[in-house]
Ligand binder design. Structure first.
Ligand SMILES: Nc1ncnc2c1ncn2[C@@H]1O[C@H](COP(=O)(O)OP(=O)(O)OP(=O)(O)O)[C@@H](O)[C@H]1O
Ligand SMILES: [Mg+2]
Length: 366
């Protein structure tokens, strides 16, 4: 399976620039996800790779084959790219049976007779839908229709799979099952896969690496854990789950640790050296599950980043509680497995749970 390389892709619709210098690589057999809010340019990127949209500039290649090269005036038609595609609205043709739906791409490619029948049945077997070959789409559940759409994308043994929000029409439970199933299939077939979603859980659970996009630009690329735990941008931190963001300025830096004076409070926070030199205004991101709570006052003497906080509310969410706290006037969300009933709690924010990043608001104000 080849790798897909997207290099410096830019595209505008009229005066609206929707892709701005987008570059990334989907390695061989890798599951790479484009993640970002609605309208950020995910489908435009995918459609450019698929050959249904022609960008204004840049380059797209698959292994050694150039799909698109603006400078060299190369543009390969979609049907010559040999990619398996599941579109955002994955609708399978309602007037065709499951078999006919899956056979269609082979028909277009002039595969006939017994070889076609065999290939369709093999692919339906792969998605566990062989028993449903004679049914029409309206006789299938959403998840089953989804699998037919995937079979249709896989039937001609594409070298690369492109999937645009393929689970958007499934309910939460079915979606989880479909994810596990797709992950197994992708690994078994060793498909190079470019996946698009705006759902962070989907991106975190499925991907080898995630490309976070916003407003037509790439903000960060990395494995799920890295993107989640070490976001480079406030947007990335906020888009990937809940987080607490403190603002403050760096007072001093020593031994790989920075001390930050939090805005509007007398409190200080110690964190690993990251963005910011002494005097700089920075944002500090802390995930709610990384914070340690205790009813024990004696823990207050336990070194840095330990505070008392008022409990504003507590919500039970099955396997954990969500606490809304007030720390020196600042709101703080903490998830914790223990039910505390005290009105005040001891809060410890581990140094390594803090992630410093440049305060972009401040930069633009200057
Ligand atoms: N044919 C078009 N003509 C004009 N503008 C378009 C066209 N297609 C897309 N756009 C605009 O380009 C931007 C990016 O669209 P795109 O479909 O790539 O977003 P997306 O990230 O896939 O969003 P979603 O999560 O909602 O599917 C949007 O602002 C959209 O309105
Ligand atoms: Mg889209």
């Amino acid at each position: 399976m080849p790798e897909i390389a997207v290099d410096a892709l830019s595209m505008s619709f009229g005066t609206n620039q929707v892709l701005d210098n987008v570059s990334f690589t989907v390695h061989e057999r890798e599951f790479l996800t484009l993640l970002g809010p609605s309208g950020c340019g995910k489908t435009t990127t995918l459609m450019s790779v698929a050959g249904f949209l022609r960008p204004d500039s840049g380059r797209i290649s698959c292994g050694t084959q150039a799909f698109y090269d603006h400078a060299a005036k190369i543009y390969l038609a979609a049907e010559d790219r040999n990619l398996g595609i599941v579109f955002q609205s994955y609708a399978i043709w309602p007037h065709m049976t499951v078999f006919e739906n899956v056979a269609f791409p082979l028909k277009v490619r002039k595969v006939k007779g017994e070889p076609r029948r065999r290939r369709v049945m093999e692919t339906l077997g792969l998605v566990e839908m062989a028993d449903y070959a004679a049914r029409y789409p309206h006789e299938l559940s959403g998840g089953q229709q989804q699998r037919v759409a995937l079979a249709r994308a896989l039937v001609y043994s594409p070298s690369v799979l492109l999937l645009d929000e393929p689970f958007s029409n499934l309910d939460a439970k079915l979606r989880e099952r479909a994810r596990t199933w797709l992950m197994g299939l992708q690994r078994d077939l060793g498909l190079t896969t470019l996946f698009v979603t705006h759902d962070q859980d989907e991106a975190l659970s499925l991907s080898d690496r995630i490309v976070v996009m916003n407003k037509g630009s790439i903000l960060q690329v990395g494995p799920p854990e890295e993107i989640y735990r070490r976001p480079d941008h406030r947007f990335v931190a906020e888009f990937l789950g809940h987080c607490n963001i403190f603002t403050g300025h760096v007072t001093h830096v020593q031994d790989q640790l920075a001390t930050v004076q939090l805005d509007t409070t007398q409190q200080r926070l110690t964190l690993p050296v990251g963005a910011g030199a002494p005097g700089d205004q920075i944002d500090v991101v802390v995930r709610p599950e990384a914070i340690i709570l205790s009813e024990d006052l004696s823990q207050l003497s336990q070194g840095v980043n330990t505070y008392r906080a008022k409990v504003r509310s507590r919500a039970f969410l099955g396997d954990h509680y969500v606490y809304e706290l007030e720390l020196a006037g600042l709101p703080l969300t903490v998830t914790h497995p223990t039910a505390f009933s005290a009105a005040e709690l001891t809060v410890h924010i581990p140094v390594e749970a803090c992630r410093a990043m440049t305060n972009h608001t401040e930069t633009t104000l200057i």
